[in-house]
Design a binder for this molecule. Structure first.
Ligand SMILES: O=C(O)CCC(=O)C(=O)O
Ligand SMILES: [Fe+2]
Length: 314
C-alpha cells in the first residue's frame, strides 16, 4: 500500500515556518527589549538615587552661625537632649555622667595672653615635627608629635637637640597646666560635676591644621564624628582655640550636625568651646581654605581608670 506521507501543503508548511520564525524573532525581540529595559530601569534608579541624595543633602543643610567670631560670649549655652550613649555608665559614674547635655562657649576663661603663650609652645614644637599632610598634632602627655607621614617622640628628639630650651621649657608646662585646670573647673561647674569626679583623659593634644593635601588618614580631620565613639573614654570634650577665623585662616569653622541644620562655632584666640561627647554632639571641622588653625583638644572622662596625669618635661 502506498504510504501517504503526511505532508503539509507547501503553503501551509511555509506559513508554519514563517510563524515559527516570526515567533522566535518576536521572543528574541521581547527578551532583548526586556533586557534593555532592565538596564534602563537600573540606570534610571542609579541616576535618580544620585540626584535625590545630592538634593537631599544640600536641601537638608541649613547653616546657622551659632557662635560668631565677631561677638564676645562670657557664657553661651545651647542645650540638646542627651543621647542614649550614657545609659550603661549612669550607674557606674552617677555624679559625673551628664544629666543634661549641651554646648557651651566661654570667651573669658582663658586670657588672650595665655592663648598666645600656648600658641608659641605649639609653633616652637612644630619646628621639630609637622605632618606632610594638613593636620599635625602635639601631645605633651605622651610626647607624640606628627612628623612626615607618622609620629615621633618630642622628648626623644629634644635629647639630641643643641638648644632644647628654645623648643620647650618647664614654664611652658606650667602655663599648660594652669590653663588646663581652668578648663577643668569650667567644665565641671557648667555640667554640675564635682571636679574631683571628672578626670583629664587621653588624647589631649594641640592641633595645627593647614591647607596641605592629606597624605595619611591622620590628616583627614574634616570627617563627621562622635568623640565618645572615636576616642572611647571621653564624656566631655573641650576645645581651646589659639587662632582666629577669618583673621588667621579661612574655612576651619567647627560644625555641630543636627537633624536638618548645621550649627557652627567660629574659632577665636582664647575661645573655649566644650560639649558632652556623645552622639547628641556629632561634629566636624570644615576644611581649611587658607592659613593655619591652631587649637587644643582637652578631654575629660568620668572613668577614674581612664584618667591621665599632668604632663611634665622629661
Ligand atoms: O579642633 C576642633 O575644632 C575640633 C577637633 C575635634 O573634633 C577633635 O579633636 O575631636
Ligand atoms: Fe571631635
Amino acid at each position: 500500500m502506498p504510504t501517504r506521507k503526511r505532508t503539509l501543503k507547501p503553503n501551509a508548511q511555509q506559513t508554519e515556518d514563517d510563524l515559527a520564525r516570526k515567533y522566535f524573532h518576536h521572543e528574541l525581540a521581547v527578551s532583548r527589549v526586556s533586557a534593555l529595559s532592565k538596564v534602563l530601569i537600573g540606570l534610571i534608579i542609579v541616576v535618580a538615587t544620585f540626584f535625590f541624595t545630592k538634593f537631599y543633602i544640600y536641601a537638608k543643610v541649613e547653616v546657622i552661625t551659632m557662635v560668631s567670631a565677631s561677638n564676645n560670649y562670657s557664657r553661651f549655652y545651647y542645650e540638646v537632649p542627651c543621647s542614649k550613649d550614657y545609659q550603661e555608665e549612669r550607674k557606674l559614674f552617677k555624679d559625673c555622667v551628664p544629666k543634661r547635655c549641651g554646648r557651651v562657649v566661654m570667651d573669658s576663661v582663658v586670657t588672650k595672653q595665655e592663648a598666645r603663650k600656648l600658641l608659641r609652645i605649639v609653633r616652637n614644637a612644630m619646628v621639630l615635627g609637622g605632618s606632610n599632610g594638613g593636620a599635625s598634632i602635639l601631645d605633651l602627655h605622651t610626647g607624640a608629635i606628627s612628623k612626615g607621614n607618622a609620629f615621633i617622640n618630642i622628648f626623644k628628639a629634644l635629647e639630641s637637640h643643641p638648644e632644647p630650651d628654645q623648643i620647650l621649657t618647664a614654664e611652658d608646662f606650667m602655663i599648660y597646666k594652669k590653663v588646663k585646670d581652668k578648663i577643668h573647673s569650667a567644665v565641671a561647674a557648667e555640667f554640675e560635676v564635682p571636679k574631683d569626679k571628672l578626670y583629664l583623659t587621653k588624647p589631649t593634644f594641640f592641633s595645627r591644621l593647614t591647607t596641605k593635601p592629606a597624605k595619611t588618614i591622620h590628616d583627614e580631620y574634616w570627617h563627621p564624628h562622635i568623640d565618645k565613639e572615636t576616642y572611647g573614654s571621653f564624656h566631655y570634650t573641650s576645645l581651646l582655640y589659639l587662632t582666629e577665623y577669618m583673621e588667621d585662616f579661612r574655612g576651619g569653622r567647627f560644625f555641630f550636625i543636627d537633624k536638618d541644620t548645621n550649627r557652627t562655632v567660629e574659632p577665636v584666640t582664647g575661645r573655649l568651646s566644650f560639649f558632652t561627647s556623645g552622639s547628641e554632639n556629632l561634629h566636624f571641622v570644615e576644611r581649611l581654605k587658607e592659613g593655619a588653625r591652631y587649637a587644643i583638644t582637652v578631654s575629660f572622662t568620668c572613668d577614674p581608670e581612664k584618667a591621665i596625669g599632668d604632663p611634665r618635661l622629661k
